[in-house]
Design a protein around this ligand. Sequence first.
Ligand code: ADP
Ligand code: MG
Length: 696
Amino acid sequence: MSVEIPDLRSQVQYLKGVGTQRAEILKRIGIHRAVDLLFYFPRDYQDMTERRDIDQLKEDNNLQTVVGVIEEWDTRSTRRGQLLSLAINCQDKGYVKGLWFKMSFIMRDFARGRRVMLTGKPKYDHPFWTMMHPQITYLADNENEDEAEPYLPIYSLTEGLKQFHLRKILRNMLPIYAPLLDEVFPESFLAEHKLLPIREAIPAIHFPPDKATMIWAKRRFVYQELFVLQLGLAVRRLQHRTHLKSSPLPIDQKIDVRIRQRFPFTLTKAQERVIKEIVNDMSHPVPMNRLLQGDVGSGKTVVAVYAMLLAVANGHQAVFMAPTEVLARQHLRTLTRMLENSQVKIVPLFGGQKPSERAGILQEIATGSAQIVVGTQAIIYNEIPFQKLGLVVIDEQHKFGVLQRAVLKTGGKFDPHYLVMTATPIPRSITMTLFGDLDVSIMNGMPPGRQKVTTYLAGPERRAAWWDFVARKVTEEGWQGYVVVPLVEESENFDVRSLQEVYEQLSTRFLQGIRLGMIHGRMSAVDKEKMMFDFRTGEIQILIATTVIEVGVDVPNANLLTIESAERFGLSQLHQLRGRIGRGSNPGYCTVFCNAVTEESQKRLQAFVKLSDGFKLSEKDFEIRGAGDLFGTQQHGMPPFRVANLVRDKEILYEARQDATNMVLADPGLAQPEHAKLRRQMLGRYGTVLNLGDVG
Ligand code: ADP
Ligand code: MG
């Protein structure tokens, strides 16, 4: 007889209760070795503490659970379909009957003598207790096994694998294999942060002895997962600080006064605060890496202008990138207006410029005679030879992810400072994860004079009344407005018909005599610009648009917004759209029309009507849709979380981030021997994604 020495890496087939056949099945759910089983966590638990004896059952309409042994079952045809009835013997004290309509297929797993648990709402139907459509749970044959535990693990299964198989295998192996696990956290760290040691946490997450231990066990793994990521991000921040160099672009009072003279208004408190943070960053030889989150209309542009002028005052160039040409052109106009009669030369870089024109502009950039470049991201990412680039501003950044510093020809050995701006407020937990290597400035509150926007959620029956209101405001008070129509298809070749239909309907019926215009993504840049010009000047009174107007467009006289098929838009998109109005001297009115709505879109639209703060809306959106959908870590190149959930585990995340930051401050290269395992885990998981060179 040979004695097997237990090893975490042994193939599962050699474990007690597995064998070759079941090992094949386990492979399908990614379990190959003993250690994989240990880390195959339950997705839920069956609460056995709620279990009752048959004489404790009550007809009180509450879910109750009884355990018994299958004795017999039969099926018969009824008017409501096949009726399956199962009788279980409960400790010889009586029978409970389970009844199911049209579910005879579950019979497959019935066997006389098999122990099961029924959970349902019992009714006494003389002489038996019965449950309609109870949930059935198969237990191990030996009553001392499953029933001894207060919480039974429920695992994700696959064909040919039953809960009680997995439970049995785990029950057998846990006492042998869990003690072999290696702890990654130093002992003092575990104690200090109230983390269950791995050798206790693993058995406890499978078979928790009580509710509190279950929660502590889960917490340990969530914490570990988040902590390791935050370590990676902290190391990245640090590397960035030590490896990258930029020119310090300091401020002095003369520069400050000169810049402010250019602004037609006094800055808000929030703008002042954010500018201070930016100025401070830029005065250092370490490149700024800052994310500015400011709600729609909070006045981010002027903050960017301040930063750019600071770069220029220090003899450097700045570049301002926007995601769309419409927006880039608007910025160009704003800047040109603000810098009228100044020495600063601004040049545009757009697609569709004539080669000769473009060559001229590139020449000016290369020689340094142009100090500020404004354009779309796509164009600027192509190689532009800067003479001396000091600052990159990226407006309306929606693509989340660890910042990839663009490969720009900066014209020197220094890295530029980066300012990334977004009006899509991101919940704090997401920022910390996906933008974890950026410093974050938050701009809340609006510049003075912003108007209240009233929002209505309306069905088709309100149409006539709404258009009547719109027509009156436009003709009698000279207001303007947008009508937004969702794309039929999210493709390049979307169907402009829906836009045209709305146009037809409005021009022939509801808004006769009002000057309507249309704008959409398929139009040429020149046509779009012409249309925006006509709208700005009031030539066009109502602009019917796809979401081209979504980001950043600023036309103060536009106060009426109609959104068609609003259920097709996400909350942040709706919020962006609403941000287009209420920018002038009049209050804004927004009506969202919706068609057949699902429960989810109903919730979303109600939240939209109720909340006007973009940050609150984003938290709500996050709650409704969940983290996975909205900011799936995977789509940003990060490995998915196994146990952590950014909606549920916010508090643990904040803690883990703080702790990771402290650890990296104390031991920058994670070089101390007691950090070696954490370091290895961090590099294994995030080394590539976060581009962490060799640490330490
Ligand atoms: P966003 O943050 O959405 O990019 P903008 O920069 O477009 O916002 O600013 C929105 C509007 O508020 C613009 O018309 C801008 O001129 C105006 N604005 C910005 N800052 C102030 C301020 N301090 N006082 C008054 N109006 C301001
Ligand atoms: Mg903006």
